[in-house]
Each structure stands twice: as C-alpha cells, then as structure tokens.
Design a protein around this ligand. Structure first.
Ligand code: ATP
Ligand code: MG
Ligand code: FE
Length: 344
C-alpha cells in the first residue's frame, strides 16, 4: 500500500510517504529543537502550537517530494502514543480529517513500535529478535516475535538513557538536547578520567537505572569544579557516556543470551550515539550475534518508521476508526492487536 504517515509525539513534526512499509518515497522532519532549546527542554504547550503550524506544510512537502498526490495515497498511519497528549492530538486530528475526507483506511501506531520497526526500511529482519528501545522516554528490552508481539524483558526503573544524557548535559551547561552534545565533546575526552558507577550491572535482572549515575555526576562536579582540576568537560562527558554504554551493552547481550536470541536490534534516539553503536558492534562480533542498528536519521523521531507496522496491520485488515484518540501512555505489551492475546 502507498501510505501517508504522520508523527507528532514530541518535538518533531514529521510526515512520510512509504510504499509497502519498506520503500521510503519521502521522509520530512521539521524539528522544533531551536524553539525548545531556549527553555532547556520541551515545553508541551509550545510543542502543540508548533505542530499545528508545521503539519500542513510538512505533509505538503512530503507529498511533493515523493511526487505523489493525495489521490494516490491508499491509507493513513499516525502515531497514537505514547508521547505528549497535546502534541499527539495534532497528528491524530489531522490523520482522522484526511482519512474522513478521502475515505481512506486509518491506523494508529505506537511510537516505540515505530522505532523498533525502522530497521525494516533499510533491510529485511527475521523474527524473533531482541530489541533495545533506547530514547528520550524509554530504555526497554523486548523479545519481538512479530509486529504486535512484544514480550518485555526489562526496563529502566527511573530515568531513560536519553533523559540521563539530557539531564547531565544540563548540569554541564550544554544546550538542549544534550545527548548529541555529550557525544561530540566525549570524542576528545578521556573515558577513564572519572570513575562513575555502572548501576544494576550485576543485579542479574534486565532492568536499568540511570538516575543514580546522573547524581554521581552532580556529586563529582560539586566536589571537583571543572574550573579547578585537570579533568575537562570532555573527560567528564566521555566517562559518563562510557558508563551508560557499558550498562546498555552488557544488559542487552545478557538478555539475548538468557532468552536464546541471536539477533539484536537497537533503536531510538540514543541509538545515534557513536560509542553505543561502536561498542554494540564489537560485542556482537565477539558473541557471534547479528546486530542491526538503523542509520542515525531513522533512529531519531521520523514518520517513515510509523508506516512500517502500519502497512503490516492494514494489510492484515486491521483498521482504526474515528474514535481513535491520543494515548499519552501506551505500553508495547498492551497493544491489543491480536485476539489470541499473544501480545500481552
Ligand atoms: P520516546 O521515543 O521515548 O518517546 P523521544 O521521541 O523524545 O522519546 P527520541 O527522539 O527517540 O526520543 O530520542 C531523543 C533522545 O535521544 C534525546 O534524549 C537525545 O538526547 C538522545 N540522543 C540523540 N542523539 C544522541 C547521541 N548522539 N548520543 C546520545 N543521546 C542522543
Ligand atoms: Mg525529539
Ligand atoms: Fe522517539
């Protein structure tokens, strides 16, 4: 099917035109980062207003750059949740309006399911696989049996990894969003400069915890102001980044081994991180595990990834109706797609 996909869950207004859930004809992303940077983080009210302004332009640009008219579109996919309720509502309302006006099938998609499916836009992947969703709001491990079939294996007990990157960046006076800044500064830092904890590394579970690590950085800064010692901001960034990556990599491969899975997908905004990508690749090679990480553009928020599960569900005959509503919280194991309940 030729789908128009819409994504407005956070601070990216995005639209894509995708054929058969695989071939990206257009993937337009309008980021609000500059607007929110002034406030040091995403301001929900502003995000909704900016989505309203941008969405008609972004959809128009996606259709134009795909050289496709609305008459040719065969279905509408939209991020239904999780995310900021007001932001999601903009995408959901526009999607419903187009579907109604054009009498097109409509389907609401889980944003994290989109992140995990992004890799299918670049290459085929066989089920089952182990997935690490690592982003601004999630650090979750799943066993993935198929679209709509996600078994949770572990998750963060407090902050998500991306949230930890952003909070530590803020402590260091770096601009929002901090993950990319830390990645950039860390490239010339010494990751052994500051000894930081590896939370829950040996607890035997597949869970994560990052808030203590953030506090450890704060405590370090209070005791050793960067202006006074030999340790630079680059060193501290490198040490922090290494601590996060060590835990993410160790737990992911531990979960894969415990579950007997030999294929690992890493997805979400933090999967853009250069050290995470490198360390995951090295570990996968050592363990003989197949590792799949989408290219950075498909790791961060976009609408093309939403079209992947959407195409599958629509082909299976699943349809959303006009009662479809934004879901600020929507766990992946509560998708409720299949009657046999294999997804819960
Ligand atoms: P979610 O997907 O959980 O709903 P989100 O959509 O806001 O949350 P994403 O856009 O998927 O999150 O990812 C954004 C996060 O990724 C931010 O926390 C950002 O700092 C982080 N991030 C982006 N690039 C990098 C990088 N190179 N290194 C580390 N973190 C990064
Ligand atoms: Mg974002
Ligand atoms: Fe995201």
């Amino acid at each position: 099917m030729l789908l128009l996909a819409i994504e407005t869950s956070c601070d990216e207004t995005a639209a894509a035109v995708v054929r058969n859930g695989r071939e990206v004809l257009a993937n337009v992303i309008s980021s609000q980062v500059k607007v929110h940077a002034e406030y040091g983080g995403v301001v929900p009210e502003i995000a909704s207003r900016k989505h309203l302004e941008a969405i008609p332009l972004v959809i128009g640009e996606a259709l134009a750059s795909a050289a496709v008219s609305l008459d040719e579109i065969e279905g509408i996919a939209v991020t239904q949740g999780p995310g900021l309720a007001g932001a999601l509502l903009v995408g959901v309302s526009v999607a419903k309006a187009i579907a109604f006006a054009r009498r097109l099938p409509l389907i609401g998609i889980n944003h994290i399911e989109g992140h995990l499916a992004a890799i299918f836009l670049e290459r085929p992947v066989a089920f089952p696989f182990l997935a690490l969703a690592v982003s601004g709001g999630h650090t979750h491990l799943y066993r993935v049996e198929g679209f709509g079939r996600y078994r949770p294996l572990g998750q963060t007990l407090d902050d998500a990894a991306g949230e930890a990157f952003d909070k530590v960046a803020k402590l260091l006076g770096l601009p929002y969003p901090g993950g990319i800044e830390i990645d950039r500064l860390a490239a010339t830092g010494n990751e052994l400069a500051v000894a930081l904890p590896r939370p829950l590394l040996h607890d035997g579970s597949c869970n994560f915890s990052f808030s203590g690590l953030k506090t450890a950085v704060l405590t370090y800064l209070q005791k050793h102001p960067l202006s006074e010692g030999a340790v630079t901001i680059n060193d501290l960034c490198a040490s922090f980044q290494r601590a996060v990556c060590d835990v993410l990599v160790a737990k992911t491969f531990q979960a894969a081994e415990a579950d007997g899975i030999e294929r690992v997908v890493v997805a979400g905004g933090v999967a853009c991180n250069s050290v995470l990508r490198r360390t995951m690749t090295e570990m996968a090679r050592q363990r003989g595990v197949e590792l799949l990480i989408p290219s950075p553009l498909l790791c961060s928020d976009n609408a093309a990834m939403i079209a992947v599960p959407a195409d599958y569900y629509l082909e299976q005959g699943l349809r959303g109706d006009f009662s479809l509503d934004a879901l600020a919280s929507w766990p992946l194991d509560k998708l409720g797609r299949w009657r046999d309940n294999a997804d819960s």
